[in-house]
Design a binder for this molecule. Sequence first.
Ligand code: NAD
Length: 388
Amino acid sequence: MKNVDAAKEKFGKLIFSELERIEDIKEQQEFIDFKKLDRIIIGIAPGDGIGPIIIKQARRVLNLLLKDAIRSGKVELREIEGLTIENRSAKMQSVPDDVLAEIKKCHVILKGPSTTPRATDPWPNLRSANATLRKELDLFANVRPVCIPEKGIDWTFYRENIEGAYIWGNKGIHVNDDLDIDFVVETSFGSERIARAAFEFAKNNGKTNVTVVTKANIVKLTDGNFISACKKVSKDYPGITLEERFVDATAAKLADPEFNQGLQVFVLPNLYGDIITDIAAELQGGLGTAGSANIGTRYAVFEAIHGSAPFLMSHNRGEYADPSSILRATAMLLSYIGYKKQSEKLTKALNICGIEERKIVITSLRKDASTEEYGDYVIETIEKLGDI
Ligand code: NAD
């Protein structure tokens, strides 16, 4: 009985903390209008492992594509130091307070991968820096485009990034040796705002359908409410239809052209979104072909979809890491802050270098191009494109 009382007390505290969070986030509703800013600050946080190596190429590309805006002071590239595993371990914080304070002075962040220690790693057991940033900056939407033109696929995924199975991921209750309980959290506010973000994207990009993916036949309350929120929001978007799919069938059939015919935008709770977007990225061709954006009303963080690649670092092949994913994220960042032409130019250059022309290839093997050489190739290609 003592264990049950302790579990009940812990559960009660969790509920109160959640109700407080909901009140806080309700106050931050307005998205930044980048057109109205005198100066847009892009923070560059290299991270660790291969992070600084690939970020170097992204910095070169930003300096080139935003040359005029940087010169006129409309855009500032600002270095954010200290998001390394060494500094995070020394301070015993997944994102040290001073680093977070610097990040909060920026509008958007381009972030290199950051190591999250596992049990066998020589680092303390820190929480993922990404999970901390998502929560601290209220980055509620994870956005991942997946485009495979030859299969007629042009998808954009909106994954809810804070709630679901993740928000209390390290707060499960160990009742006794026979019973452990984890939680799934859904709030009407959280579900409606991710649904609205997906529908807004659809409206602004000429898309005609949004598909909500859940397991609502089994997870009735939280997934059921997620669908209800999508239905409620869809009423404000008359030209856009809402379809419903189950996550197991979606995962199994994602590559089936009949099943996914015509689907354009997906909206998913956190856990399903994590899994489905990884499958979709793999279908597209893996790590180098996708970037990822974490978006909130006040802040947005853009990053590669891969990690810090300790294997490459420990085999002295860090300098051969593929910068394509962070460069795809850079293209997303440019579009997000209103530099759409520059974004399109970078995307076009990446398609030329990685898919169409492939004058040099990058495989992370020493016999092929280094990160720097591949960066040179992308820069040359951008320069050749001139004004598109
Ligand atoms: P990983 O993505 O770092 O590596 C997976 C495989 O892909 C490895 O074989 C690696 O060598 C290769 N790879 C990754 N990026 C590459 C690149 N740019 N070019 C060529 N090959 C590349 O995944 P992991 O090994 O599971 O994770 C390593 C660390 O990164 C862990 O600490 C993990 O927590 C962290 N991580 C961070 C993020 C992030 O910051 N967003 C995301 C995922 C993993």
